[in-house]
Write a protein of this length. Structure first.
Length: 195
């Protein structure tokens, strides 16, 4: 799956209203996890217009040149799309194809990460100290990002607390509304700027 950032103007009752709104900041933004740019555009459109016929919106979609490692800063759950809906959108798209191809060349994975403070390595219980949506190249990277993020956000102190990270993969195409992306550089644990 790949990560896309989308700016959205609308939905509106007609195309003219959308064009007027485009001169201002987006009405909302989305982070979309999908296998392709075209599919991300379609599911975002469905989520933005909520399937109401006759609604219009305008979307600017941006992809990353690499599988960026990040925490999706949100308290909300994503809007998910089942595999049969995704297959229908691939077979019969609701939007025209995009003229600009994907720039992200490698896939990543989305995880719901739960950080749990434990007394020792064999402790199967513990107190949940942080929960995050993490997008990363793999589970090992997601584990590093979750612990670094929890530590930097003062959810726990890695120097004083033993932590266990539980990762739950999200394998469905999904849309997150109005999230912040907190980027991380892997291997040197340096937090990047938020997007």
């Amino acid at each position: 799956m790949r990560l896309y950032a989308i700016s959205i103007w609308g939905p509106c009752q007609n195309e003219g209203d959308v064009l007027v709104r485009r001169s201002h900041a987006p009405d909302r933004t989305a982070a979309v996890i999908a296998p392709s740019k075209s599919l991300a555009n379609q599911v975002c459109y469905l989520a933005a217009t909520q399937g109401v016929p006759g609604q219009f919106n305008y979307q600017e979609i941006d992809s990353f040149a690499f599988c960026c490692a990040c925490v999706l800063d949100t308290a909300g759950d994503p809007i998910t799309f089942e595999s049969d809906i995704v297959a229908e959108l691939v077979a019969d798209p609701i939007l025209p194809p995009l003229s600009v191809p994907d720039t992200q060349t490698t896939d990543g994975a989305l995880f719901f990460a739960r950080c749990i403070e434990v007394a020792n390595a064999t402790d199967k219980t513990g107190r949940t100290c942080g929960q995050f949506w993490v997008y990363a190249p793999d589970a090992a990277s997601a584990n590093i990002i979750a612990t670094e993020h929890g530590d930097s956000m003062a959810n726990f102190d890695l120097d004083e607390n033993a932590m266990r990270v539980e990762l739950f993969p999200m394998e469905k195409t999904c849309v997150f509304w109005n999230v912040g992306m907190i980027l991380y550089e892997l291997h040197n644990n340096t937090a990047g700027g938020g997007a």
